[in-house]
Design a protein around this ligand. Sequence first.
Ligand code: PMP
Length: 442
Amino acid sequence: MSNPHLQTELPGPNARALIARDAEVISPSYPRDYPFVMSHGRGTEVWDVDGNRFLDFAAGIAVCSTGHAHPQVVAAVTDAASKFLHISSDYWHEQMVGLGERLARIAPMGEPAMSFLCQSGTEAVEAAIKLARYVTGRSRFIGFLGGFHGRTMGSLSFTSSKYTQQKGFNATMPGVTHVPYPNRYRPLFAGNDQGAAVLDYIRMLFERSVPPSDVAAILVEPIQGEGGYVVPPDGFLAGLRALCDQHGILLIFDEVQSGIGRTGRMFASQHWGVSPDIMTLAKGMGSGLPIGAMVAKKRLMSQWKRGAHGNTYGGNPITCAAANATIDLVEGGMVGNAATVGAHFTSALHDLARDFPCIGDVRGKGLMIGMELIETDGSPARALCDAVITRAFHNGLLLLSCGTSTVRFMPPLDVKREEVDEAMALLRTSLQEAMVLSGRGA
Ligand code: PMP
């Protein structure tokens, strides 16, 4: 074992025993790539049930934004829990209103905003779909190929980052038309400006098959997440904004993965200075507690009549307390750390790419970084990507993939430079091993 932090061959005996029990009682539908069985964590470090220590550069799929068990979040949650565990959104309380105020203050709408609180990304997207239909009276939508917005039936209608997400669940919500997402590394259209080409494509759609006056909203990730950490070209989001304004269509930014500091700005859309009408949040918002939000311009959300939309757990005091503490920590320095350590990380990955021709592209913003692996002919190196992730686990580094063959890096927002350097060393070893295993030589 090259990593001194690993005590046993993986998975160890305690991990194996728990995985065997799980196989009997937990749904096999969860996509699990390697046998990590968590015991506890602190910051970017996590330990498994056999005493092995790992660096967590997956952070619960970009959820543990403030690191594992941040003392300020734990204190906020403990304090809220000691007062009351739940009261339902039929009533009022400080944590819920305080969160609404924070979100209204940081929301990039450029005008007053209101929030609908829920427990997950998919529910935030469902709420956005409902609000868009409600206020426009229109029922069609534009979504993007490679997009991911959740797995309940409404949000699933937009999700298309993998075929397996849709297969077997046909007849989801009607009226959703998918268009290509502009991808500079894997261009679909001729010419240099993939963003302009996609905008032209939507215009053509509006002229020939989807009347824009029927379209309630365009739903888009400002940086595509599950689809491969794809950063759109400059001008694309502004172009979408202009198209929406021209036709009275609402623009919804799904910032479930990219929001709350992940990209080195509070929201990814702020890199381009484009304001949505509606925005969805979850993941990093609660440092791990299940909370989501649909944030909309006040002039839209205030049109909802009493009872138009609701839920039992929205505004739960414990999840709201976690979100309030998280936003305070992210605003109080972690967003800046994500920008500076993210830049250091990205430049280290570019250095690594010089030694490994199988690294076709390094892209991202802040601490939302993707490394696309390719075959010698430039096609996606899926098996290599899987092998890198498996070898990284065996070397003490937790990673996940996205897109067809992209390793994604989304450590906690307060990850230290030294931890990035340690992860880079483990990644280099893992790449070398994966190359040998896949018959390419080191
Ligand atoms: N939107 C985006 C952009 C996401 O990345 C995800 C989760 N990967 C979702 C929505 C769905 O979130 P959840 O799993 O909390 O329902």
